[in-house]
Design a protein. Structure first.
Length: 149
C-alpha cells in the first residue's frame, strides 16, 4: 500500500511502486485534469505539485510519492472558487485547445508560491511546459496580471 496526501486528503492505493504517478492519479483516483502528453517528461501536460515543487507525473514512480503531498488541478479550487491563477487564465484568454493548460497552471502555481512577483526570466525558466497552440505570451500576461495587482 502506498499512502500520500492528494489535494489535502489522505489517500491509499494498492499498485506496483514503479507505476507512474500520472496513471495512478488518472485511473485509480479519478484526477483526469492531469493529462498524458509525451510520456517522457518533456511537454509538461502531466505537471502536478509534489511537496511544493512542479513535477512531471509521467516520470514519477508512485513509490517515491509515499508519505508526500500531491496537488493536482482539481485541488486548486477552494469552496467553489477557482484559484487566482485559474481566474487569470480565463480573464486573459490563455487556453486555446486547453489540453496543456492544467500542467501550465500547476507549474505557475508552484512558481508563484516560490516567487510571488516573478520576472519574465523567472517565468521562462520555471514554465517549461509546451503549448502547441503557442499561448506563451498570454501565459506571461496572466501571470503578471496577478503578480502586479
Amino acid at each position: 500500500m502506498i499512502t500520500f496526501n492528494l489535494n489535502r486528503k489522505k489517500v491509499e492505493v494498492d499498485v506496483e511502486p514503479e507505476t507512474p504517478l500520472l496513471w495512478v492519479l488518472r485511473e485509480q483516483l479519478d484526477c483526469t485534469g492531469t493529462k498524458y502528453g509525451c510520456g517522457i517528461g518533456m511537454c509538461g501536460a502531466c505537471t502536478v505539485i509534489l511537496d511544493g515543487e512542479a513535477t512531471r507525473s509521467c516520470l514519477m514512480p508512485i513509490g517515491v510519492v509515499n508519505g508526500k503531498n500531491v496537488e493536482t488541478i482539481e485541488g486548486l479550487e477552494q469552496d467553489g472558487r477557482l484559484s487566482k491563477i485559474q481566474q487569470a487564465w480565463i480573464k486573459n484568454q490563455v487556453p486555446q485547445c486547453g489540453y496543456c493548460q492544467s500542467g501550465m497552471v500547476m507549474a505557475t502555481t508552484a512558481l508563484i508560491r516560490r516567487s510571488p512577483n516573478p520576472t519574465d526570466a523567472e517565468i521562462e525558466a520555471a514554465i517549461t511546459n509546451i503549448c502547441r497552440c503557442g499561448t506563451f505570451q498570454q501565459v506571461r500576461l496572466a501571470i503578471h496580471s496577478i503578480t502586479k495587482a
